[in-house]
Design a protein around this ligand. Structure first.
Ligand code: DX5
Ligand code: ZN
Length: 217
């Protein structure tokens, strides 16, 4: 399997000191930053748009992993890339034009992710698997941080790993804490999103604990 990567989700960060908190993550050695964009239509919550990270881009070397929870993502993909996204992940349930989304992201040389909600089966994305760089398996209903992990998604992670082999990114997002991170990685995930588990309390300590929990034999 590809190396394990922790991707803190800024949805749970303190926005009054976002730059500072992101710098703490970067200093702690995390490779990715997960950026959750919600439109209030595809999901019942509104988060933020490009404005939240385009200035961060100038002060951070982190890989900016943009998770679009918006309907018809093809309308906005290029704006998110222009603002500094390194990867863009769209939801298969949110678009009638998945190939257009994939091509738009690839055209700009960025990594493509496709995401499935907890109820969506792997069959729905099967034909796109060899065209994307990453699958994001949602382990909560998209829209909010701080929810509980839905164990029923585990067989999907294992199934995708079996189909795609070890040299492929499988990201899991939602409800992951130091207590269950290892079991998610053991299912076959190698990119782990964590919002609450990183930003609630001492960020540096939290990151250390999450990484240590994965390394336990
Ligand atoms: C949910 C978002 C997640 C969320 C994870 O819609 O996509 O990235 O921030 O938050 P936690 O880790 O708190 O479940
Ligand atoms: Zn997310």
């Amino acid at each position: 399997m590809k190396n394990f990567k922790l991707a803190p989700s800024i949805l749970s960060a303190d926005f009054t000191k976002l730059g500072e908190d992101v710098a703490v993550c970067e200093k702690a050695g995390v490779p990715w930053l997960h950026i959750d964009v919600m439109d209030g239509i595809f999901v019942p919550n509104i988060s933020f748009g490009t404005v939240i990270y385009e200035k961060l881009r100038k002060q951070s070397e982190l890989f900016f992993d943009v998770h679009l929870m918006i309907t018809e993502p093809e309308r906005y993909i290029e704006r998110f890339i222009a603002s500094g996204a390194d990867s863009v992940t769209f939801h298969i349930e949110a678009t009638k034009k998945p190939m257009e989304c994939i091509e738009l992201i690839k055209k700009h040389g960025k990594k493509v992710g496709v995401s499935i909600c907890p109820e969506t089966s792997v069959d729905v994305i099967r034909e796109y698997l060899d065209k994307v760089d990453m699958v994001l398996v949602m382990s909560v209903h998209p829209g909010y941080g701080g929810q509980s992990y839905i164990e029923d998604v585990n067989p999907k992670i294992t199934e995708i790993r079996k189909i795609m082999g070890n040299d492929f990114d499988i990201q899991v997002d939602g409800g992951i804490y130091k207590e269950n991170i290892k079991s998610v990685v053991d299912c076959g995930a190698n990119v782990i999103v964590a919002g609450t588990a990183v930003f609630k309390g001492d960020i540096k300590e939290n990151i250390k604990n999450l990484e240590a929990a994965v390394c336990v034999q």
